[in-house]
Ligand binder design. Structure first.
Ligand SMILES: N[C@@H](CCC(=O)N[C@@H](CS)C(=O)NCC(=O)O)C(=O)O
Length: 235
């Protein structure tokens, strides 16, 4: 019997989305609890980091607001994603070949070490939106010449790590959401549409069209959250 998994999070979150993609791609049995991001009374003290996503793993099947002391509480999207992928090797999210695994990890590191920070700085108006394109360029340089995904023709955790950001970043730039200078969103999209990013675009389209990515992304939910987020509103 597989261990019980309860995922806590919110579909607006790119970190939550990573885990949702892996659950979809593996078909792992789970229940999902959408948290109230403002009222943290139910989930705030269950989460080991105070953040979403996290899972309860193992122990009895219980209502999400009454987690069992017998379950392990595991935070961090990529750690959860890896755990589930490791439990379902037949889904192929972790390549069997060690060199391919190294390439997968290098790709993930590229985004993790600077992508989220560049995005956050752009949204807060403390850094240029072009810094996100610099990260895209470095990811592009890591893509194989003709593979569909980052490490071969099947989806791996490398793609899972960046997948949530591809449609979200486009949405933000298309709607000029963030404190960066008005018009920089359009400049971002114009540069991304140019020959410099042809290979990255091809890759991004393949990732966005993967059934496990497409099925777990709801732009309306993201639009609702970001449109009303005071942190990212220009004065
Ligand atoms: N490194 C974490 C980041 C998780 C994270 O920052 N989650 C945000 C939502 S997107 C959060 O819970 N923020 C609430 C807070 O910081 O109070 C992961 O990969 O899961």
């Amino acid at each position: 019997m597989p261990e019980q998994i309860t995922l806590y999070g919110h579909p607006y979150s790119p970190y939550f989305h990573r885990v949702a993609i892996v659950l979809e791609a593996t078909g792992a049995k789970h229940q999902c609890y959408t948290v109230d991001l403002v009222d943290r009374s139910v989930w705030g003290s269950i989460s080991p980091t105070g953040k979403i996503p996290f899972i309860t793993y193992g122990g009895p099947e219980v209502p999400p607001d009454q987690p069992s002391p017998e379950s392990e509480k595991i935070p961090e999207s990529l750690i959860i994603a890896t755990l589930i992928a490791e439990e379902h090797p037949s889904a192929g999210l972790i390549p069997a070949d060690p060199v391919a695994r190294a390439r997968m990890r290098l790709f993930i590191n590229e985004w993790e070490s600077s992508g989220s920070a560049a995005l956050r700085a752009a949204l807060m108006g403390t850094g240029p939106v072009d810094a996100i394109l610099d990260v895209y360029a470095r990811l592009q340089a890591r893509l194989g010449a003709s593979t569909k995904f980052a490490v071969g023709d099947a989806l791996t955790l490398a793609d899972v790590a960046v997948a949530p950001y591809l449609p979200r970043n486009e949405y933000l730039m298309r709607h000029e959401i963030g404190k960066y200078p008005l018009g920089d969103g359009k400049k971002f999209l114009d540069r991304l549409a140019g020959p410099e990013f042809a290979r990255f675009r091809e890759y991004a389209e393949a990732v966005k069209a993967h059934p496990s990515v497409e099925k777990t992304y709801d732009e309306a939910v993201y639009a609702d959250m970001m449109g009303s987020n005071p942190y990212f509103k220009r004065d």
